[in-house]
Design a protein around this ligand. Sequence first.
Ligand code: C5P
Length: 299
Amino acid sequence: MSGAITVRVPAKVNVQLAVGAARPDGFHDLANVFLAVGLHDTVTATPADALRITAEGHDVDRIPLDRTNLAARAAELLAARHGIAPDVHLHITKDIPVAGGMAGGSADAAGALMACDTLWSTGSSREELLDICAELGSDVPFSLVGGAALGRGRGELLTPLAVGGTFHWVFAVAPGGLSTPAVYGEFDRLTADTHVPEPEASPELLAALRDGDATALAATLANGLQPAALSLRPELTATLKAGTDAGALAALVSGSGPTTAYLVEDAQAAEKVAQALLASGTCRAVRVADSPARGATVL
Ligand code: C5P
């Protein structure tokens, strides 16, 4: 047990997020088409006397540095399974927007898990790692595997998907974050008097991904949490419009928000849309990234 292990983990955007009715356990069954995008956090694990977390980068003042951080829980769960003490220093370098609907917290958890498994030589199988990921949170398994995948159940039951090309994205970072439970709660409130159908993946969307066809993907992007996110943050409507006015093929809220995502034709269109979004004054920052991206990777 020595040295330092660094793992790089991608953000995600949900190109389809079909949300079913609330289950008895409070979670919602999903047809969740995850796509990993090339914005990354890194997690470095080094031996220490006790579990400790430090962080640097964007908005780190908004992430907990105690044991409530999902990365700390990842180390504790792995250690508990192997009957060892979770004595590790985890240093997180944040580039994924915090509480933005891009699975930044989940990415850090998946990164910490892989870093500790390597540092401690606990030699977990892929299945064991995925099992711990699912215990940590609905989006954590996808952060581990990356690429593109369909998530069923509460999002943790993954089927890998083929992606036939590179998709180009712009992301508009909104001020503040949105709480995922609050957005699901608003979804429940908005759908209380309606029949919520069983969530199903769109065959057209899966074909667009497989073909690498951005125009077809733009026509099928769908986020069932978007009405709830916009209900809580109505000002995001203007951000979405600024992106489509600037030529984005399509715009949607990323996951539970408040980051918004813009699918564009190519790198040149990405620059144009990014500049227009910044100039519109309707967001705090913009990021440009391609997809798909690799899952958690030891550097
Ligand atoms: O699984 P995770 O801890 O990330 O979920 C955070 C919260 O988001 C849950 O407590 C629940 O309120 C909501 N959620 C949900 N249905 C899902 C995933 C998350 O209602 N499929």
